[in-house]
Design a protein. Structure first.
Length: 388
């Protein structure tokens, strides 16, 4: 079990915190500080404990090259302008980093340049991991969104470090995902939506072992409906996933998991076409399903209200367009108003709960899309396992 940052002795120590500062930056200006604000709790705690705080992150995908637009320097400036002084080192390893770190007093904070300027980060080269490890006495991971990756800063260096643990953000993620995986209050309902069955099949299969009810929405519902012999018009479908859907139904039967599919839809003749109600499961020729309909909303909300634990990953329709957003927002509203413990996986479902204005009423909104899916699928993540 990973130690909490609170259990580590930080006074006077050089503390390396792997944060997720992969924020939008345009013309050298930070455009959204959500991820910075989320990391403040761990950073402030470490400052107050008297650590010399070394922050490191990736930004974008520079693929081992120094791409100026992906520099973290604007983030150091943003932190200094808005929260507390934060110096900046123009490289994350070597003499540049070491000299800058040597200047820190207890309680000071420095941000290192983009880890992914070096190929060794994503490839987890041992010498790069060792360089990172040589910078610090203590290691903390607070970047949940990268915990499914075996990168040098999330895995290789953590393997070397003796004193290590989880920051507050990662600790909260562990608490909620372990809750889902180990002893969820039942019934446990899982809502899976979004574009592709093939992207989420690993999770859907794992949910057969965990959940009691599965609610399918988004484009992937049409692959399920087609498997069940319904007509789906021109809806998005993955014809090559029929065997997989058959496996899902076989597992559901064996484990007595109920699978719910849309009873009706919002359809259109083209992707951004005028929305029409389709009041039955079958979609007429020439039309595509773009959202769940009102009968489906009533069914899903009614069933979700009986659940004591809910996991949500993926929108119910093309919610970026308000014409097809009703289903997704109705689910968000119901989860916000309900009594269940609700965990929202990363990505689009997070945007949906934020846009619906119910995020304050959701127990846990994961900061990692891919990481949260892999946590459910494999029951663990390398970046967390390596913390001990
Ligand atoms: P994902 O990243 O797999 O969670 O998929 C999210 C995307 O699925 C969003 O961009 C939605 O617009 C898209 N999506 C949801 N429902 C549909 C649908 N019925 N047809 C096409 N795309 C959809």
């Amino acid at each position: 079990m990973a130690k909490s940052i609170k259990e580590l002795n930080l006074k006077g120590k050089k503390l390396f915190i792997r944060v997720d500062f992969n924020v939008p930056v345009k013309d050298g200006v930070v455009k959204d500080d959500t991820r910075i604000v989320e990391a403040l709790k761990s950073i402030r705690y470490a400052k107050n404990e008297g650590a010399k705080v070394i922050l490191a992150s990736h930004l974008g995908r520079p693929k081992g090259e120094k791409v100026t637009e992906m520099s973290l320097e604007p983030v150091a400036k943003y932190i200094t302008d808005n929260f507390f002084p934060c110096t900046f080192a123009t490289d994350c390893i070597g003499d540049v980093a070491k000299t800058a770190i040597d200047k820190l007093n207890d309680g000071d904070v420095i941000l290192l340049e983009n880890l992914r300027y070096h190929k060794g980060e994503e490839k987890n080269f041992p010498e790069f991991a060792a360089e990172l490890a040589s910078l610090a006495d203590v290691y903390v991971n607070d970047a949940f969104g990268t915990c499914h990756r075996k990168h040098a800063s999330t895995y290789g260096m953590a393997e070397i470090m003796v004193e290590k643990g989880a920051g507050f953000l990662v600790e909260k993620e562990i608490k909620y995902f372990e809750g889902l995986l180990q002893q969820p209050a039942r019934p446990f309902g899982a809502i899976v939506g979004g574009a592709k069955v093939s992207d989420k099949i690993g999770v859907i299969k794992s949910l057969m072992e965990l959940a009691d009810k599965i609610f399918v929405g988004g484009a992937m519902a049409y692959t399920f409906l087609k498997y069940n012999g319904k007509t789906i018009g021109t809806s998005m479908v993955e014809a090559d996933q029929m065997d997989i859907v058959a496996e899902v139904y076989a597992a559901a039967k064996q484990k007595q998991v109920q699978i719910f599919l849309p009873l009706d839809h919002t359809i259109a003749s083209e992707f951004n076409g005028a929305p029409l109600d389709c009041t039955e499961e079958d979609i007429p020729d020439g039309f595509m399903g773009l959202d769940i309909g009102s009968k489906t909303i009533d069914l899903y909300v009614g069933e979700l209200n009986k659940c004591k634990t809910v996991l949500w990953n993926g929108p119910m329709g093309v919610f970026e367009n308000p014409d097809y957003a009703k289903g997704t927002f109705a689910i968000a509203d119901a989860l916000g108003a309900g009594e269940a413990i609700v965990v929202v996986g990363g990505g689009d479902s997070v945007a949906a709960v934020n846009q619906a204005g119910v995020s304050d009423n959701i127990d846990h909104i994961s900061t990692g899309g891919g990481a949260s899916l892999e946590y459910i699928e494999f029951g663990k993540l390398p970046g967390i396992e390596i913390l001990g």
